[in-house]
Design a protein around this ligand. Structure first.
Ligand SMILES: NC(=O)c1ccc[n+]([C@@H]2O[C@H](COP(=O)([O-])OP(=O)(O)OC[C@H]3O[C@@H](n4cnc5c(N)ncnc54)[C@H](O)[C@@H]3O)[C@@H](O)[C@H]2O)c1
Length: 333
């Protein structure tokens, strides 16, 4: 049994708690949050112990691992502290706000010899994973163009999101999902160019990032400036010289309402009827926790969404932000 402590009982903490509960061989043993009510509520729901200070969770010898669901600006401090106490770590995305923070995290994890993974849930999202498989299997042919989009209203449940110094704004908080996905498909782009809109707080909160990979291009649109009533919507289209695969996910409210989503997932091949490609039906957050727990049970290092990969993808997102600020392209290779 892998005993997990959850740090941060907010919006995504609740999703992780449900996922841990659903995974065989995992137990949600502790929920810690500086907000006592939040800790008590989530701990009570799952029969876990509630702590009100992160320190108690790090010191708890019953725990094998911690899931860090704190606001982004606290990830680095929490990962370093957890690693120093010998805890394995699953840390929410975006991994951090600066490359120097990820370097500290990598140092701490390597010196302590613990295992760490970043919760890039899109890696485990059935249709995103199935489309990557179609590309890897050559079904799409040579890739020509990929576009992604992720549009939402402001994340109104917590005010820290709207402060770019704390969340990084949509370019780090939201675009990171698709920049990470495009990285898994095509690697590091040679060049990044972004245009966007800064909201009143100075955060780049609706951004179109273009990425150049040799003769091929990709784009990632991410924003949380959509009006009230806009359903949270993500999509991608990957075009190859033999086929195109397209996905659209749309849900009223936020991602936690995902079971009610309307989805379309279609493969278009010339001369054939459109097909619905096969894909897993497992909840992506459960699949993510299951993979992490499985790695711990087998004593192997997670190979998906490692800290080093997250560092690379953060560099891509920060290059997009630099492009927004300078108005010019940024070369990465
Ligand atoms: N993967 C996804 O789909 C997804 C979705 C939403 C958020 N996130 C990420 O998850 C992280 C958390 O986001 P959220 O929406 O859950 O935020 P949130 O504000 O809803 O929750 C954060 C929780 O941390 C607690 N907290 C803050 N400081 C603390 C401290 N020092 N000690 C203990 N507890 C403290 C708060 O009381 C709150 O309950 C962010 O990095 C965010 O980008 C990921």
């Amino acid at each position: 049994m892998i005993r997990l402590g959850l740090l941060g009982a907010g919006f995504i903490g609740a999703t992780h708690a449900a996922a841990i509960q659903a995974v065989e061989g995992a137990e949600l043993t502790v929920v810690a949050d500086a907000n006592r009510e939040a800790a008590d509520r989530l701990a009570g729901q799952y029969g876990a112990r509630a702590y009100y200070e992160a320190e108690r969770l790090y010191e708890d010898e019953a725990l094998d691992a911690v899931t860090i669901c704190l606001p982004t600006y606290l990830h680095c401090e929490a990962v370093v502290a957890a690693a120093e106490r010998g805890k394995h770590i699953l840390c929410e995305k975006p991994v951090a706000l600066a490359v120097s923070e990820v370097d500290q995290m990598i140092d701490a994890v390597e010196s302590a010899g613990v295992k760490a993974m970043v919760a890039q849930c899109v890696r485990f999202w059935p249709q995103y994973a199935a489309a990557k498989q179609l590309l890897d299997d050559g079904v799409l042919g040579r890739p020509l163009m990929a576009t992604t989009s992720r549009l939402a209203g402001p994340p109104g449940w917590s005010s820290w999101f709207l402060n770019p110094k704390l969340s990084g704004g949509a370019i780090l908080d939201l675009a990171i999902h698709d920049l990470d996905y495009l990285f898994t498909l095509f690697g590091v782009p040679e060049r990044v160019f972004a245009v966007g809109t800064a909201s009143g707080t100075g955060a780049w909160d609706d951004v179109l990032t273009t990425l150049r990979y040799g003769q091929m291009g990709a784009s990632a649109r991410a924003g949380y400036l959509m009006p009230d009533g806009w359903p949270f919507t993500t999509s991608f289209r990957i075009l190859g010289d033999e086929a195109c695969v397209e996905y659209r996910f749309r849900v009223g409210g936020q991602i936690d309402n995902r079971a009610a989503a309307q989805t379309e997932f279609t493969l278009f091949r010339s001369g054939q009827d459109p097909e619905q490609p096969a894909c897993s039906t497992q909840d992506p957050y459960e699949a993510e926790v299951e993979y992490f727990v499985d790695c711990l049970r087998q004593g192997r290092e997670p190979e998906i969404a490692t800290l080093k990969e997250a560092r690379t993808v953060l560099r891509i997102a920060l290059a997009a932000r630099e492009s927004l600020e300078t108005g010019g392209p940024v070369d990465l290779l």
